[in-house]
Design a binder for this molecule. Sequence first.
Ligand code: GMT
Length: 373
Amino acid sequence: MKIGIACYPTYGGSGVVATELGKNLARRGHEVHFFSYALPYRLNEFLENIFFHEVEVPQYPLFKYPPYALSLATKMAEIAVHEKLDFIHVHYAIPHAISAYLSREMIADQHTVRIITTLHGTDITLVGVDPSFMRITRFGINRSDAVTAVSQFLKEETERTFEPKVPIHVIHNFIEEHPLQEQVCGHLKERLAPHGEPILVHLSNFRPVKRVLDVLEIAARVRRKLAVKLLFIGDGPDRSLAEQKARELKMEQNVIFLGKQENIYPFLTIGDVFIMPSALESFGLAALEAMSCGVPCVTSRVGGLKEIMRDGITGFTAEVGDVETMSEHVLHILQNPDLKQRLSRSAREYAFDNFHVDRIIPQYLALYESLQS
Ligand code: GMT
C-alpha cells in the first residue's frame, strides 16, 4: 500500500506515534510519504520506503497568518496524484484533517485517495472544543473515510462533544523493544546520581496540562524522607516556571533539566519511578514508554491513563493535584525493593502484552484494507 502521513514534527506524542507507525509500515514493505513543515523528530535515520515532503508556506506581506493548511493540502494533492497514494493518514485533527479533505476534493477527477484521521487528545479536548474550531473539527471528522482515537476515553469524549456521523475506532498507541547497552545505562546512572540516589523521571512537552510543578512538589515531599534525584526530559512553556520552583524548593542541586533528547530510552531506563501527574491525558504515551523500560509509574487517575495504568500492578494512581498521595506512592515503591521489582516486571509485561507494536499495527492495516473494498 502507499500511505501518506501528516503530523506535527515537534516533540510530542502524536508526532511520535505517526512517525513510529510510518516506520513500522515501511518495514512491512509499504511505501510511506510524510508531510510536515519540518522533519519529524523521530525520523532521524534513512529507511527504505520512507519519503519526506517538506511543506513550505510562501511568505507574502498580506499574510499575517501564513496559510499552512492550504500549502499542506496542495502538497498532499500533488503527491497523492504523482505517487498514486492509496491513503492519507493524518494525525491530530487540526488542521490536518481539513487539509486532507481539501486535497481529496482537489484531485477527485484524477485519483481516489482515502482519508484516515487519528485523534490524539487535545485536538478534541482542548483545541477542538474551542468555539473557533468546533465546527471545522466536526467537519474534518465527518468527512474522513475512517476515524480512530487513541483510547476508549477519547472515543467517548469525541462522541459526547462532537456527535460525529461516522464511527470512531479505538486503536491504542504502541511500544516496541529498545535494546539497551547495560554499560551506557550504568554510566549514565553514575553520572546523574553519583551517590546511588533513586531517580524520579518526568518526560513531557512542559505544557500546563502536564502539571510539571506537581512533579516538583512530589519530589520535594519524597526528599524529606529519602535523598532522590529528579530528572526532567523535554522542554516547553512551563520549563522556566519549573526551574524557578526548583530554586524556591531549594532543590536545584537535585533536579536535572535535560531538555529535549533524541533518544529518551536510556534516561527512562535508569529511572526508579516515572511521574505523570497530568490534568488530562487521552492516552499517556510517555508513561507507556516508561513501563516498557520496566519503570513503575505514579500518575493521575484521569482520561486514557486509566486504560494503561493498573493500580498496584504497573504502579499507582491518585486524583489530579493530590501531590501528597502521589508522593506517598513514590516513597512506598522506593522503600520496598520487592514491591519495586514486582511492579517493574509487571509494568513491562503489561505494556508489551497489551500495546506491543505487533498487536497494534495490524489493527491499522485492517482498517486500511477495509477501506479498499
Ligand atoms: O495534545 C497535546 O498537547 C500533545 C499531544 C501530542 O501531540 O503529543 O498529546 C496527545 O497525544 C498523545 C499521543 O497519542 C497522547 O499520549 C497524549 O495523552 C495526548 N495528550 C493529551 O491528551 C493531553
